[in-house]
Design a protein around this ligand. Structure first.
Ligand code: GUN
Length: 281
């Protein structure tokens, strides 16, 4: 019988551990502050930002909220970031993406001080990860490592296949798995014989962005499957990139959608905020 990897529970455990670390810092007179910037009022972004602020409150991290108008200029946004870069009370800066079209996302990410880049998106953070140096790690792949470790899945020496090569998930995921001594293949839309490649995996990580695309024909018997996707199916029900019902009888462990990878992303953002104290030393 396959094990369901419970991201909701694991993220709660993690948040409770972080709450203790934050209390220890507070006892030493160290307060942790995250600045959250949202430009415009995209509905989904507002929900994510609200959840991030709630998580801060739960853990005891102070959050500063900047809700900017949709027509905020790039220059105004960059000025705010520079002001926060220079503010010693601020440990982390998060600019919610996507940004309105008139603002260059790369420029914004690169303006954030790498020592405050709690999203792990800055080229310095990405570079540090790839050469094994201390730095912030992109929250979703970082959370997947935590899910694997806390559910007792051995990574060392395993065949891992990551489907998807985005800067936020696929690429940092491959680096993290490599750091854990896995053998890593990154597959993507140009990969030939995707079924055969995916079937090699002891651990299959799917971040393909297509609802219920992966069925049992892509999965080796007894594999561990991690589903990064989140979509609505024809009945408006949440589903992932993996056809869960079809794959379930063939796996040894799997993350559900919702309640798998999703809850880990915010928990890891909180972990990055707590790690910021050490990174900034
Ligand atoms: N938009 C969707 N996911 C994320 C994320 O992890 N960080 C930021 N900054 N924006 C997002």
């Amino acid at each position: 019988m396959a094990k369901i990897i419970d991201g909701k529970q694991i993220s709660m455990e993690l948040k409770d551990e972080l709450k203790e670390r934050v209390a220890e810092y507070r006892a030493q007179g160290i307060e942790i502050t995250l600045a959250v910037i949202q430009v415009g009022n995209d509905k989904a972004s507002s929900v994510y930002v609200g959840n991030k602020k709630k998580a801060c409150e739960y853990i005891g991290i102070h959050s500063l909220s900047y809700e900017l108008e949709e027509d905020t200029t790039e220059e105004e946004l960059l000025e705010l970031i520079q002001k926060l870069n220079g503010d010693d009370r601020v440990n982390g800066i998060l600019v919610q993406l996507p940004l309105p079209e008139h603002i260059d996302e790369d420029k914004v990410i690169e303006t954030i001080d790498a020592k405050k880049d709690v999203d792990g998106f800055h080229p310095m953070s990405v570079g540090a990860l790839s050469i094994g140096k201390k730095g912030f790690i992109s929250c979703t792949p970082y959370g997947i490592i935590e899910l694997l470790q806390r559910s007792g899945t051995e990574i060392d020496g395993k065949e891992c296949v990551v489907i998807g090569r985005s800067n936020i998930v696929g690429k940092p995921m491959s680096m993290l798995l490599l750091r854990e001594n896995a053998t890593v293949t990154v597959a993507h839309s140009h990969t030939k014989n995707l079924k055969e490649v995916a079937k090699r995996a002891d651990i299959l990580i799917v971040a393909i962005g297509r609802p219920q695309f992966i069925d049992h024909e892509y999965v080796k018997e007894g594999a561990v499957v991690i589903d990064v996707g989140i979509h609505r199916d024809d009945n408006n029900k949440l589903c992932g990139d993996v056809n869960y019902e079809d794959v379930f009888p063939h796996v040894s462990a799997i993350t559900p959608v919702p309640g798998g990878v999703g809850p880990m992303t915010i928990a890891m953002l909180m972990k990055n905020c707590v790690n910021a104290v050490e990174i900034q030393k």
